[in-house]
Design a protein around this ligand. Structure first.
Ligand code: ATP
Length: 403
């Protein structure tokens, strides 16, 4: 039997460990475990940032005992799911969750808890993949021992992702994106039957699902620094969750080299904006204004024709357009002037204002726009460096106009 006690002792602050030991010893009816992603990552030897603990029983009651014994303070509780956040003496804050089973009364939406405080074996069966259903004991008699009820150890060794039951993707299709994320992050493959069930779901996806959960998983998957996310997303037709009519024309390696060079703030939307164009899901995703603008910007410029014969034409075409959309335009059209814009023109702004034109002796009129354009064009060509240069050029222009 595998024992990862030394790994747990490194990951969990010693004061937390000691406090848990004292309480579990005293209250033998409570059993504590590390369950899910953390157990998986400990077995994989990956770095752990945040440990949470599952209590077989009622975590809020367990937290109360820790508090009474002056081992930790309860910072927050969630009465419905019976979870508690505890602050230990060394300052460590740890979430404690009660074991639970869940049901999906509305497929594709949030599950509801059914039985809180159930045996660990029942709790792990609500999880997404067998490798995320592993648990490690924190109890004295078998500290560090792995509890594997679903064959997760073997799947971890085979580097494969296997769902726990046939209706798993129907219950929660965001698991498809989670599978994509884990398969790229760990270089795992979907186990063949899981792949078949994923294909079956994607052939006939449910449109009435929780898009905010889908969005959160998409953000995580497409923020990973690997082009393979896009490759698998298209090869496995996962895009049908967002837009079944999408046709991919994107070279993932080329796209990834743009990310490395231009570092768009919303990397995930740089990848996905083309998929959202024309998609019915666009209004369901809870996009922020900025996120939505990336998509509408891309759609707008892909449907317009720039005047490429001058810097001014290129500048006006892309000015105000989000960087992710400019990069997307380049990917689709191969028009190098999009990158020229980002490299040389995007940051350029005029320093003079209408007030300066007025002071130079020109009363306000529509001619101001022509003047601004003429000065901007000169500036975009690199001929005006300072505000003084702009003012000199303005005087020259007004003289010419008054001739
Ligand atoms: P990551 O490493 O990206 O944080 P994780 O698996 O460690 O992934 P969470 O997304 O926080 O972390 O999930 C914690 C655990 O909860 C998972 O390991 C899994 O057991 C379970 N879980 C999370 N999301 C789902 C889901 N959609 N369906 C079933 N189980 C889930």
């Amino acid at each position: 039997m595998t024992n990862i006690s030394s790994k747990i002792l490194t990951a969990l602050p010693s004061s937390v460990n000691d406090a848990l030991k004292r309480v579990i010893e005293h209250k033998k009816s409570f059993k504590c475990y590390i369950v899910g992603g953390v157990a998986r990552d400990l077995l994989l030897g990956r770095e752990i940032f945040d440990v949470d603990i599952t209590v077989e029983g009622d975590a809020v009651e367990f937290a109360g005992i820790l508090e009474t014994k002056n081992e930790a303070k309860i910072v927050q509780t969630q009465p419905e799911l019976r979870t508690a956040k505890l602050k230990f003496k060394n300052g460590a804050e740890i979430d404690f969750a009660s074991t639970r089973t869940e049901a999906y009364p509305k497929k594709g939406h949030l599950p509801v808890p059914v039985k809180i405080g159930c045996p660990l074996e029942e709790d792990v069966k609500r999880r997404d993949f067998t490798v995320n259903a592993l648990a490690a004991s924190l109890n004295e008699e078998d500290f560090g021992e792995i509890r594997d009820f679903t064959g997760g150890r073997e799947d971890l060794e085979k580097k494969q992702l296997r769902i726990l039951h046939k209706a798993s993707f129907i219950d929660d299709p965001t698991r498809i994106i989670r599978g994509l994320k884990f398969s790229v992050r760990f270089d795992f493959e979907l186990e063949p039957e899981t792949r078949t069930l994923q294909d079956e779901y994607l052939n006939n996806p449910n449109a009435d699902i929780s898009y905010s959960r889908l969005k959160s998983e998409l953000m995580q998957a497409f923020s990973l620094p690997y082009p393979e996310v896009w490759k698998k997303f298209t090869e496995q037709n996962i895009f049908t969750l967002i837009n079944k009519d999408f046709k991919s024309e994107i070279n993932a390696d080329k796209a990834f080299s743009l990310i490395k060079k231009y570092k768009p703030a919303n990397q995930w939307l740089f990848w996905l904006a083309p998929v959202f164009i024309g998609s019915k899901t666009l209004d369901l995703m809870n996009f922020t204004r900025e996120e939505k603008k990336i998509i509408t910007d891309l759609e707008k410029i892909l449907n317009s024709t720039p005047q490429q014969n001058s810097n001014l034409g290129i500048y006006k075409f892309f000015n105000g357009i989000e960087k992710e959309a400019v990069l997307g335009y380049y990917l689709f059209t191969n028009q190098h002037f999009a990158l020229d814009f980002l490299d040389n023109l995007a940051e350029i702004r005029l320093q003079i204002t209408g007030e300066d034109i007025k002071k130079a002796g020109m009363p306000p009129s529509s001619i101001y726009n022509e003047i601004f354009d003429a000065i901007l064009e000169e500036k975009l060509s690199g001929n005006l460096c300072s505000r003084e240069d702009e003012l000199d050029f303005l005087k020259f222009l007004i003289k010419e106009l008054k001739k």
